[in-house]
Design a protein around this ligand. Sequence first.
Ligand SMILES: [Zn+2]
Ligand SMILES: [Zn+2]
Length: 216
Amino acid sequence: METLSPERLQELLKASAARHRGHLCPRQVLGVRIGLAGMRALGFAEPPTKKRLLVIAETDGCFVDGLIVATGCTVGHRTLRIEDYGKVAATFVDVRTGRAVRVAPRVDVRQRAMAYGPEGERRRYFIMLHAYQVMPEDELLTVEEVRLRVPVEVIISRPKVRVNCTACGEEVINEREVYINGLPYCRACAWGAYYEPAADRGAQSTVRNPLAAALP
Ligand SMILES: [Zn+2]
Ligand SMILES: [Zn+2]
């Protein structure tokens, strides 16, 4: 049920815009609405305390500013993660019960929004900006119960654990290490990293894998 007051929404949108050089855009509105809908689906009227809520956003950018103000979840608190699918959607997890809901805009939200634009407005951007604020939740969003394929305990991990990578020696925290033949490695050494030393450019075209010898 819709329990959101227009005043509360405007307050949150203002807070989101403040994180965004004072500029409000349709994706922030979706972030706030999706954040509120996700919390409500899990039975939270307010952002819960004690890191009880985990939000997994499926893109970065403006949308996330809206999620942050609505839920109070942040990367810094380890209550917000980005799983970058390039999609404006998010999953909300009650860490205590493991219950999870995924909230996304309806696939036809842009067509539906046309009926909610301000009088006489023809510019799509401003129609969306307004419509996303006033559309009833079931016109705007889909809310789906989901099951995490990786247990929430594994996603969150135990933050006190730390080991050193067998290959590069760097410290790995939050149980993000990979074990090969019983030895801990960082993911960069085990699987190949998203970067490589600049000096290697041109000199070596294949990805270096220091574990090549150790792998079967
Ligand atoms: Zn923006
Ligand atoms: Zn390493």
